[in-house]
Design a protein around this ligand. Structure first.
Ligand SMILES: *Cc1c(COP(=O)(O)O)cnc(C)c1O
Length: 375
């Protein structure tokens, strides 16, 4: 990469916009003398649950722990049993599947919709759900899955519905935001996410008072009263510093989302190349464009061409979960997931991109020449 390349995500520039406020937040924490489970975490939890329109937010160390502790919480509550089967889309980030494994449950993969890359109610209807106890809907790339239809179906079948909203902070349908649809939701605040800290972080969001109490214990050694351990918990807490940083950034999240939508709109209108399949958008507010993912039969050639034009791209994700060494023995192969891994490419998506940078990405896509049509 050279200096004037269009970066995939310029995190330095993203956070530089809030430098003064971040420094102020860091000073406040340093001077407070209190660094774990204090006022900043309490404030952030209130602000984020209110942002999502839910009753409770339990902040944790990262997004993987958020999902794992939700599942462990439902086991503690007797709503799930160890070994129960959890349905998960085959093309998600590995953490969704790891959460089920780490909670002692059995992940079962289901292929997503080919256009939205999300779990669909139609796919659920076509699947034998008799042995399934829970479903994790992943809002992949920042677009909400069809939650109205999926939650109806889960309710009808008595399935526990959990959201993985690690890529979809603020995505909404009819004013209802990611995190407000399922029984509980896992969020990540990894630095590159739409709401990202300056380190690891995550949160559980839920309307469920019991789950909230159990997860508050689980994240803190199974304890809500010091040195009294009701459950065999873990140590997974958002620290005061990250909570203070996230409070600064939460105030600007909707503004950043608008920028992402503006960039996505320009890509959707400007990229005209029969070799490149553009993303399918269900409805505008449902997409917060964590990633702008195109598909191309000659993906590696397209990526090399864009690199030669000074445009940095990434692949989400290059190896399908059933093809990973960690799951090859236990999960059956998915042709669709394997094919998606070979065809997807994520274009630069960064709320601080300039108009000129967006134009360079569009021009670079349009100058890619091949005889092979899009998928
Ligand atoms: C990032 C991500 C996670 C995990 O979050 P971490 O904070 O990195 O542990 C889980 N699911 C999805 C879909 C993600 O993109």
């Amino acid at each position: 990469m050279s200096q004037d390349d269009v970066k995939f995500l310029n995190l330095q520039r993203v956070n530089a916009r809030y430098r003064d406020a971040l420094v102020e937040a860091a000073s406040r924490v340093i001077d407070s003398g209190w660094y774990i489970l204090g006022a900043e975490v309490n404030q952030f939890e209130q602000e984020f649950s209110s942002y999502c329109g839910t009753r409770h937010c339990i902040s944790v160390g990262n997004g993987l722990d958020a999902l794992t502790l939700i599942l462990r919480g439902y086991i503690e509550m007797g709503r799930l049993q160890p070994g129960d089967k959890v349905l998960i889309p085959s093309n998600t980030f590995i953490a969704t599947v790891l959460a089920a494994s780490q909670a002692g449950l059995t992940p079962v993969l289901i292929d997503p919709d080919e256009d939205t890359y999300n779990l669909s109610a139609a796919a659920l209807r076509d699947t034998d759900l008799s042995a399934i106890k829970a479903v994790i809907a992943v809002h992949l790339y920042g677009q909400l899955a069809d939650m109205a239809a999926i939650s109806d179906l889960c309710e009808h079948r008595g399935l526990l519905l959990i959201e993985d909203a690690a890529q979809a902070h603020g995505a909404s349908i009819d004013g209802k935001r990611a995190g407000a649809f399922g029984a509980a939701t896992g969020f990540s605040f990894f630095p590159g996410k739409n709401l990202g800290g300056l380190g690891d972080g995550g949160a559980i969001i839920t309307h469920d008072d019991n789950l909230s109490n159990v997860c508050k214990k689980l994240r803190n050694y199974g304890s809500s009263i010091k040195y009294q351990h009701d459950l065999q918990g873990v140590n997974s807490r958002l620290d005061e510093m990250q909570a203070a940083f996230l409070r600064v950034k939460l105030a600007h999240l909707d503004n950043d989302t608008q920028q992402r939508r503006h960039i996505a709109q320009r890509y959707l209108q400007g990229i005209r190349n029969s070799a490149i399949k553009l993303p399918t958008v269900t409805q505008a507010p449902a997409h917060v464009w964590h990633l702008f993912v195109v598909r191309c039969r000659q993906r590696d050639l397209l990526q090399a061409h864009l690199a030669s034009c000074g445009v940095q791209t990434l692949i989400h994700y290059p190896i399908a979960i059933p093809d990973q060494a960690s799951y090859r023995e236990t999960l059956p192969a998915s042709n669709l997931a394997t094919r998606l891994a070979a065809e997807v490419l994520s274009l630069p998506m960064d709320p601080t991109m300039t108009d000129a940078e967006v134009a360079r990405v569009i021009d670079a896509c349009n100058s890619f020449k091949t005889d092979v049509d899009a998928v």
